[in-house]
Ligand binder design. Structure first.
Ligand code: HPA
Ligand code: ZN
Length: 335
């Protein structure tokens, strides 16, 4: 019996920062490698887990793209998605906004139609079977040129009704938001909602650029804002959502230990913070594991958890009526 965890599970929550390719479990990775005869530098799932020992974002990304290389047919994308959505059902994540990386697949000759139909079929099954609400965020890989992002935006046109938003991920340092200003403007004109990773490893100026040049509504990570008091003031005033991923931040050495994570200071300062899992098997846990680590190592309270759940629903792109209904459930004070 764990009172804190049971309470957090019971809260209706939205997860807003989750890479679907980053939900690939070591066992599934090994099964798919065998199915498709993909050569990997691992013999067992335990070898995979041992390799998940990162020193920075790039050392993770290298293994994340290697892992994604086993995703090949429509069923692979279906299985990946349905497993994560089942996890949402079991953790009280009533709504999720999942990022996917088309270029990781199209560069290997896998067409949009393959992954979009696998994802779409799983999302429909989860909706029909237990009412799971979910949206997709299409991310551009920032280490690739602007031209490739434009090609991706074009290739997505036939699937536009399945995609809510555009995001930006991969290697942050050396690839400032400015590089994608034009493609974001085009995506915005096409009606996509806009988000971007900024201020994970990159400096606070990348957060400013994402807001001013890319015109994003939400910042993914954003933790390095704490180095710039003026920026913090702006983020508080505008209540810009920050999709913080605590286990990810520690595993990628953005902070030394969980005890050094600034999330409670961020909450106290009035920032619109949410908690998310990013790439769960790579970073040692799903959403409830993130809450548990914050509770154990930072003293996160039930009341903090309720505030974080409220922030997640408020910051989501869910429809107004559903948002109001979830917020009503969350208005009950902590026991
Ligand atoms: N940062 C940047 N790119 C990513 C991440 C992340 O945390 N996860 C998957 N791609
Ligand atoms: Zn991320």
């Amino acid at each position: 019996m764990n009172g804190f965890l049971d309470y957090v599970r019971s809260l209706p929550k939205a997860e807003l920062h989750l890479h679907i390719e980053g939900t690939l479990e070591p066992a599934m990775l090994m099964n798919l490698a065998e199915k498709h005869q993909v050569n990997l530098p691992y013999l067992t799932a335990a070898d995979v887990e041992r390799a998940y020992n990162f020193e920075d974002l790039q050392s993770f990304l290298d293994l994340y793209y290697l892992g994604a290389s086993v995703l090949i047919d429509e069923d692979d994308f279906y299985s990946l998605m349905i497993r994560y959505l089942e996890r949402c059902r079991d953790e009280g994540i009533v709504h999720t906004e999942m990022m996917f990386d088309p270029q990781t697949h199209t560069e290997r000759g896998i067409d949009f139609s393959v992954f979009m139909s696998g994802f779409g079929r799983a999302m429909e099954d989860a909706k029909r079977q237990w009412g799971q609400s979910s949206l997709l965020i299409m991310c551009f890989l920032r280490h690739l040129p602007e031209e490739s992002a434009f090609e991706t935006l074009k290739a997505a046109e036939p699937f536009k009704s399945q995609i809510s938003s555009v995001g930006l991920d991969s290697s942050e340092l050396g690839h400032p938001p400015e590089k994608f200003e034009r493609v974001y403007a085009a995506a915005g004109q096409q009606g996509y909602r806009l988000v971007a990773h900024a201020g994970e490893e990159g400096p606070p100026t990348y957060i400013v650029e994402a807001l001013d040049r890319l015109k994003v509504e939400r910042i993914d990570h954003g933790v390095r804002c704490m180095e710039d008091a003026e920026l913090v003031g702006r983020l508080v005033k505008a209540q810009i959502p920050l999709t913080v991923c605590p286990l990810s931040n520690v595993r990628l050495c953005v902070f030394g230990t969980m005890a050094d994570h600034p999330i409670r200071h961020m909450l106290k300062r009035g920032l619109n913070v949410t908690v998310n899992s990013d790439d769960p098997p790579y970073f040692g846990g799903y959403l409830l594991d993130n809450f548990q680590a914050l509770h154990r190592e930072l003293g996160l309270t039930m009341e903090d958890a309720r505030q974080l759940a409220i922030n997640s629903i408020r910051s989501s792109f869910i429809d107004e009526a559903s948002s109001a209904a979830w917020l009503d459930q969350l208005s009950v004070p902590t026991p």
